[in-house]
Write a protein that binds this ligand. Sequence first.
Ligand code: SAH
Length: 405
Amino acid sequence: MTTIYLKPHKEESLRRFHPWVFSGAIARVLLDAGHQGNAPAEGELVSVYSSMGEILGVGHWQIGSIAVRILAFGVETLPADFWNERIRAAYLVRESIGLIRPDNNTFRLIHGEGDFLPGLIVDVYADTAVVQAHSIGMHLCRKQIAQAIIAEVPQVQNVYYKSDDTLPFKAPVEGDKIGYLAMTDCEKAEDFWSTENSLQFRIDWLRGQKTGFFIDQRENRALVERYAKNKDVLNMFCYTGGFSLYALRGGAKSVDSVDVSQKAIDLVNINVARNFPEATNHTAVAADAFEYLTAQKAAGKTYDLIILDPPAFAKHRDAIKNALRGYQRINAKAIEMIRPGGILFTFSCSQAVDKEAFRLAVFSAAAQVGRKVRILHQLHQPQDHPINIYHPEGEYLKGLVLYVE
Ligand code: SAH
């Protein structure tokens, strides 16, 4: 196996179980005999040693500033049952914290570094797991990963692989980036339902965004349910209507769902019809958020409760300034439309934007439109999206619930 030697003292973060080796920390690379080319291949398994020659761990090689993502610390090679053991451990956590129940078969099974599998995401919908690789190393292991999921997660019978949008572009990729890795029924994706807290959601992993659904808002949706009674609710950036269904179940007077994607809006209507066939107090509109809010404001419309859950405005550090401007703009538009004594649920899923910067953008928005706000709750990602304490970069979702005077 190819071995990597670090520069003196560069082993310290690995000793604290931070799972990344930066390229600047590497002193020497000894290529495996029989290696073609003069550098490790992207995705190759490499073992990492300190400058003193002590073994630190084994991980996947990557092209770029993060050179190795460690899979196992303190060993030279991966144990034979590595994938089964890691996936079993992740499943047992979800089971022991009460996420797997007859009324809830929707959960994230693997959250990258948070489950000690950097570069891997697995979401479970009823009997189907959707796998996303964010590294070539994980891509090359996709078949072993699928086998381990089938063996270790009793409810799963189908595994769909969906990495066309997530793999890095730095090296050519061999093998399919999408397709079934295990399947019992190929018609499945056409009319597939998964249950979250007794609500049924139509999941379309073939055509939907990300793995098909945003599981990360489950607990925050449940909080909306608690505040929705008798309220006029706007669910902006609604996708397939997650927050809308909880608001309806919470007794909202009316719910308006808005998303720029017509496909998403079609699914909102299907989801509402399935869960609340009698509902006459829900409307769904395909529109751009800024245009919708501007037009509604001009028409004198107001709401008691608004949810703002936009896509990541900053995908990279250099986009942070623009992102903060975007958050301020959209929040100002929403706060203006909240009746006195109303509530705003506002989120950012940009990893590059931290809590403090987001809070400042939202407070600036309130000040800009002359409204006094108080924080009722500070929200974050749920327990099946755990944050590896040695890898705080894994914290990405943050939200505020504001009382607007
Ligand atoms: N709240 C949702 C997830 C939202 S994801 C849930 O609980 O499932 C973000 C959504 O914003 C996507 O559905 C995307 O289509 C939508 N979106 C992106 N740009 C938009 C825009 N300019 N106006 C309205 N919606 C937009």
